[in-house]
Design a binder for this molecule. Sequence first.
Ligand code: ADP
Ligand code: MG
Length: 280
Amino acid sequence: MRRRGKHLASERKKRIPQKSGKQQPLSGLRVIVTGKGGVGKTTFTALLAGELRERGLSVLAIDADPQEDLSYSLGFSQSEITPVTKNRAYLEEKVGGRGIINLNPDLSDIVTRCGTRRADGIGLLVMGTVDSAGGGCLCPENTIIRSIARQVRVKDGEAILMDTPAGLEHFGRGLGRGFSHLIAVSEPTAQALRTACRTAELAGELGIQNRFLAINKIRNEEDFQISREILGDTDLFAEVFHLPYDEGLTRQKELTALAAGEKRPLTEAIAGIATLLLKK
Ligand SMILES: Nc1ncnc2c1ncn2[C@@H]1O[C@H](COP(=O)(O)OP(=O)(O)O)[C@@H](O)[C@H]1O
Ligand SMILES: [Mg+2]
């Protein structure tokens, strides 16, 4: 029997943050995808990238997960990619090496210098591994990560989608700064929903006002009901989406092809999220 978990709404109510942070809001669609490990963040990010591209947007996918799975799901070959943290010359030039560190580097060229862009309109920037010295670390890697979403330019018709490592630690590093939207991905379990809610709280503290929840791998009505029960009457999310379990997913190598190909319940559900994201 599955544990249904505690009702979360009352725990959260007093802590829902709405402050807007010190930074000016940035224009453009900037989406950060968060959640517990294994819930489907990378799968979702790749499918959403494909869906947005289908609608004519140019998409920059940023892989901030040291596991670097997103490139596979998007169909990039490893030889095309140099993670930012391996580009020592760039890090040194922008942030400095030992001694004086520039805490506010100009990263406007990071995509052209460190990223890869495909003819189909999907670009990829892979962050790579960052030394785990915590949020206070002033190393070049952390400085870049803190600045990235605020510094990458987004024009009309462009979107940034960032896939993140599992859990919450990256919020302590400031990775969430500068995003317009959070999509917390979850499974219909208490633990995964708890993590999703916590990421939404932290996103609120960073001033991300548009927070969506995507409950993934829904197999049946019971999964649906369990999620509703666990979530209660939360107001952490502007919208809650339910994404069906897709048996065929494990056989797919390049997920953007799935998004562009035959319509399936999962891709239809992700199309619904894309529609909402594109609504001004
Ligand atoms: N809607 C879904 N239906 C079936 N399997 C899914 C679904 N979404 C993700 N998966 C599978 O779940 C596993 C974990 O997905 P992944 O995207 O790597 O998670 P995360 O990035 O959150 O760690 C993968 O095997 C993926 O194919
Ligand atoms: Mg992943």
